[in-house]
Design a protein around this ligand. Structure first.
Ligand SMILES: *[C@@H]1O[C@H](CO)[C@@H](O)[C@H](O)[C@H]1NC(C)=O
Ligand SMILES: *[C@@H]1O[C@H](CO)[C@@H](O)[C@H](O)[C@H]1NC(C)=O
Ligand SMILES: *[C@@H]1O[C@H](CO)[C@@H](O)[C@H](O)[C@H]1NC(C)=O
Ligand SMILES: *[C@@H]1O[C@H](CO)[C@@H](O)[C@H](O)[C@H]1NC(C)=O
Ligand SMILES: *[C@@H]1O[C@H](CO)[C@@H](O)[C@H](O)[C@H]1NC(C)=O
Ligand SMILES: *[C@@H]1O[C@H](CO)[C@@H](O)[C@H](O)[C@H]1NC(C)=O
Ligand SMILES: *[C@@H]1O[C@H](CO)[C@@H](O)[C@H](O)[C@H]1NC(C)=O
Ligand SMILES: CC(=O)N[C@H]1CO[C@H](CO)[C@@H](O)[C@@H]1O
Length: 855
């Protein structure tokens, strides 16, 4: 939900772009005191001469190179004093080195000593992947620059969050990472999340990934020099250079290797794959009940209904509006939903209204949970409820406070028994551009003690004693409001605009200047932990707008406040590809039919259908937008019935992919080039995707059209809808007359796809349906697939799970694997697709032990 409507004049002030100064004259650092052993290397890097482009040069640095695994190389360049900020271990735990050796590693590190520059090469073919030799390093107190030379017009993906092309532009392109919200953001702006990782795809010679573990604001520039030399350059306003290079070489391996660094995605509860409906502006709880009833009447399965800030009294977290959403009535609706196997989720914002009569505020104050200004008073801002204070997710009491508010308000016996939570506005988004909207004395606070809490004398942690270990919490004496280098954030011009002031000190001594991009992810994690405390045996479900690298390990994400336009319908596909395949955020989707503006019937039908083939499937709109529930137009209702029906039949296929992602980081959604890496025609495709590894989805994407031209790589395919075999030599296919409820989907030859025999109105009902297995033999006549089964909700299922490996060798289907999930369900039917049309055998085959079925 939740756009901010600022006067348009703010857009004028929004762009403070920056032309980087040429750095060629900066001499950089010299490497000395070099130590190398088989699995790591260290060196001291000493400044050759001061250059001070934007701030003070750091005089001595320390280099650490670790061959962590055969495919992962870690390169850390930090200040010798270890004062410069580094993302706290408890926010992003570093992966452990496995002590691989340089000899066996897929990536090689080499360097020049004077000036110090370094190169990463792929051992198998000698290809240079990263090369800083064209420009020495700059490492200043508030400006860090490193540039790598790249092959001309590389295939680069990632560096989100953005809605630009999936394959990034290679000239005159700046990606700014600074979490921010703004409605109707033009393309090429920074959005809600920061993911400083890119995949570099080099066709048949391999794909690798480059992750810079740094949360500071930065511009990543992809461009060519005047001489035509391609480069990518990081311009960062702080932090250290903490690089992880992963070798692939298969694209899908890069996804896994990246997820291993930042955290494997959280396993989701089964029901969250159902269809969700939300709307900002639902006036009353009775209206919500009508929406539920109308979905049912229309025969469109509704799994989960969501509460946007409408439910709150005066937009306060942990309250219900006594007249529009009285607690008793909300409880009744939630009970009814649960009785019919449906679910309910509510929103929470970080801003906490400052008022003595407001328990969440007074209790948070007692726990020291809020950010303070220099004079010790609470730092204030404006969010939906008006003047607010902000949780400090680094403060030791904040988690306890947040958990206990959630436990009490969402108590199943006395409160609202939600099934998951949604955290929004957590960039953090501040409706006050600076401090000017705040009253200096506020009538809502009567107790002077709470208005001016005592200053805390020791905000910074003392440096620890032995070993020269500094605290890594940030250099002192920096300009935390206006660093010399201005990142190109299109969000109000200054770093602090419309968010928390960047000069604020967190409870552990770090500063918002360095931790801004972590705020939303930390709120999502605190919420995830609170839900585990609330139901210790159940998988929590949290949806977050703001993200950072690794957020997928504790939350799902949607693409924020888009618009109800065909352009945003298309953008939702490239955003999906980036989030799911590159950023390790598999549980993602757009606001179906668009958030802002008036959804048009045909567009909404197409979007309802397209999004059914994406992981997170939620229709949502702004308060100012007309109602857009699927049942409101006959065409959309028909499209939705068909789309949800087929999605549900495939839900275990999707669930199996989500489980694989949570186990090993395998992408749930992939671009075409993941499976056809050598086919250059796939590298730029951003209107098609693979759901799992078997289903290629190719929706109609042109405005108001019934024609689609899509790419079918050289392979054997089967039309998902008809089973017809299609052998492609690699080329464009034109499909005309695609009805509004239809979408071209192909099964990739070589796959086995499990489906439920029929759909159902809820996922709980669906889980009672038996299976049909479809075998789609590849060019070599074989096929393979997987089916994962468990109870759908336990946090730890132990051995109570089944993992069936399904294979087809041309004559027989074999199911093997583990069969720990107790179930009476059976495979009713096996269908083998092929030249002469489908061949079918009727079962049943029970799902409790291995079997072989000959054709
Ligand atoms: C850079 O300037 C600082 C302060 O003036 C000085 O202490 C330091 O020695 C200089 N470093 C080099 C490498 O010249
Ligand atoms: C790697 O080496 C370090 C230092 O020798 C050792 O402490 C650590 O246990 C080793 N880790 C593995 C996984 O072998
Ligand atoms: C680079 O991009 C900026 C902003 O998008 C544009 O104003 C400028 O004209 C472009 N420069 C070139 C050389 O294309
Ligand atoms: C539900 O359907 C009824 C009957 O068509 C209609 O009058 C009502 O406005 C609908 N309400 C909502 C919230 O969709
Ligand atoms: C941050 O900057 C503002 C604006 O200059 C100033 O009023 C405030 O005292 C500073 N706060 C801190 C914590 O330094
Ligand atoms: C869902 O419920 C509707 C009635 O609301 C019913 O007509 C339909 O058959 C049900 N669908 C399934 C798949 O059970
Ligand atoms: C697995 O199922 C058995 C039998 O229902 C149960 O006793 C056991 O607690 C379950 N294990 C886990 C880890 O849930
Ligand atoms: C706030 C906003 O407009 N967010 C995004 C909505 O979707 C489009 C397209 O995906 C993006 O460009 C917007 O930035």
């Amino acid at each position: 939900m939740a756009s901010l409507f600022f006067p348009l004049l703010l857009f004028a002030a929004a762009v403070l772009g920056h032309i980087p100064r040429p750095a060629a004259h900066c001499p950089g650092y010299r490497a000395t005191n070099i130590h190398q052993n088989p699995s790591y290397a260290t060196a001291d890097l000493v400044l050759i001469d001061n250059c001070s482009l934007y701030s003070k040069d750091i005089q001595s640095l320390r280099l650490l190179v670790e061959y962590e695994t055969e495919t992962r190389l870690h390169v850390l360049i930090e200040d010798a004093g270890k004062e410069v900020y580094q993302v706290q271990e408890h926010v992003l735990a570093r992966p452990k080195t496995q002590n691989a050796t340089a000899n066996e590693a897929a990536l090689k590190f080499s360097f020049t000593e004077d000036p110090f520059t370094f190169t990463i090469t792929r051992a198998s073919n000698g290809e240079v992947l990263f090369d800083t030799s064209d420009s020495p390093l700059n490492f200043e107190s508030q400006y860090v620059r490193v540039r790598t030379r790249l092959p001309l017009n590389p295939n680069l993906y990632g560096l989100g969050e953005h809605s630009d092309d999936f394959r990034l532009p290679t000239s005159n392109y700046t990606r700014t990472l600074w979490n921010a919200e703004f409605p109707f953001i033009p393309s090429r702006t920074n959005l809600y999340g920061s993911h400083p990782v890119y995949f570099d795809h080099r066709g048949d010679s391999g794909t690798h990934g480059v992750f810079l573990l740094n949360s500071n604001g930065m511009d990543i520039i992809i461009d060519k020099t005047e001489l035509g030399q391609q480069y990518l350059e990081y311009n960062i306003i702080g932090g250290v250079l903490d690089f992880y290079f992963v070798a692939g070489p298969e694209p899908a391996e890069v996804s896994k290797q990246y997820a291993e660094i930042v955290g494997l995605p959280a396993m989701i509860p089964y029901w969250t794959l159902g269809f969700h409906q939300c709307k900002y502006g639902w006036p009353t709880i009775d209206h919500v009940a009508e929406v539920v009833a109308n979905y049912s009447a229309a025969g469109i399965p509704l799994e989960t209904v969501w509460g946007d800030i409408d439910y709150m009294r005066d937009k306060l977290d942990f309250t219900t509006d006594p007249s529009r959403y009285p607690l008793a009535k909300v409880r009744t609706l939630v009970d009814q939903l649960h009785q019919s196997n449906q679910h309910y989720i509510q929103i929470l914002d970080p801003g906490i209204r400052r008022h003595d009569d407001y328990g969440p505020y007074t209790r948070g104050a007692e726990k020291g949970a809020f950010l303070r200004a220099t004079d010790g008073s609470y730092y204030r801002g404006i969010q939906w409820p008006g003047e607010v204070v902000w949780p400090d997710w680094f403060a030791p009491g904040t988690q306890d406070w947040w958990t206990s508010e959630i436990l009490s308000f969402y108590s199943p016996s006395t409160g609202i028994d939600v099934d998951g939570l949604w955290v929004d506005m957590n960039e953090a988004s501040n409706m006050c551009p600076d401090m000017t909207c705040l009253t200096s004395t506020t009538s809502t606070t009567t107790n002077p003690r709470q208005q001016q809490p005592p200053p805390q004398p020791h905000r910074r942690q003392p440096p620890s004693q032995g070993g020269g270990q500094g605290p890594k919490l940030g250099l002192p004496n920096r300009d935390l409001l206006s660093p010399g280098y201005h990142i190109a954030s299109r969000h109000g011009g200054t770093l602090s605009a419309f968010t928390l002031s960047t000069n604020l000190t967190n409870a552990d001594g770090s500063h918002q200047y360095d931790t801004h991009n972590l705020y939303g992810s930390m709120m999502a994690r605190a919420t995830h932990r609170a839900l585990i405390t609330r139901s210790p045996t159940k998988r929590p479900f949290v949806l977050t707008r703001s993200t950072f690298a690794g957020t997928g390990s504790h939350a799902a994400h949607w693409f924020g406040d888009n618009a109800s336009t065909w352009a945003h319908y298309r953008a939702a596909i490239r955003q999906l590809l980036a989030a799911a395949a590159v950023h390790a955020l598999p549980m993602v989707g757009s606001d179906v039919c668009g958030f802002n503006g008036d959804a048009e019937e045909r567009m909404c039908a197409r979007w309802a259908v397209m999004a059914a083939w994406q992981p997170f499937y939620r229709n949502h709109a702004d308060a100012s937008a007309p109602d857009q529930e699927f049942y409101r137009w006959p065409l959309v209702a028909e499209a939705a019935r068909k789309a949800v029906g087929v999605r549900y039949r495939l839900l275990d296929y999707l669930y199996t992919a989500m489980w694989r992602a949570s186990r090993e980081g395998r992408a749930v959604v992939s671009p075409l080039w993941f499976f056809y890496p050598g086919d250059a025609a796939t590298w730029g495709v951003q209107t098609q995707w693979f759901l799992g590894e078997a289903l290629l989805v190719s929706p109609v994407v042109d405005d108001d059209s019934q024609t689609v031209r899509f790419y079918l790589p050289r392979d054997v395919w089967y039309d998902f809808w008809t089973g017809e075999k299609v052998v492609s030599v690699g080329g464009m296919v034109t499909r005309e007359g695609v009805e509004w409820a239809d979408i071209p989907v192909h099964i990739r030859g070589g796959s086995i796809v499990p489906m439920r025999v029929r759909s159902a109105n809820t996922t709980a009902e669906l889980r009672k349906e038996n299976f049909v297995i479809t075998v789609a033999p590849g060019a070599d006549g074989t096929a393979r697939g997987e089916l994962y089964l468990d109870d759908g909700e336990s946090l730890d299922v132990g051995d109570n799970k089944s993992v069936l490996t399904l294979t087809w060798n041309g004559r027989a289907v074999e199911a093997s694997g583990m069969f720990g999930y107790a179930t009476d369900l059976v495979i009713e039917r096996v269908v083998v697709l092929g030249d002469g049309g489908p061949r079918t055998q009727e079962g049943p085959w029970r799902l409790h032990k291995a079997f072989i079925l000959r054709f």
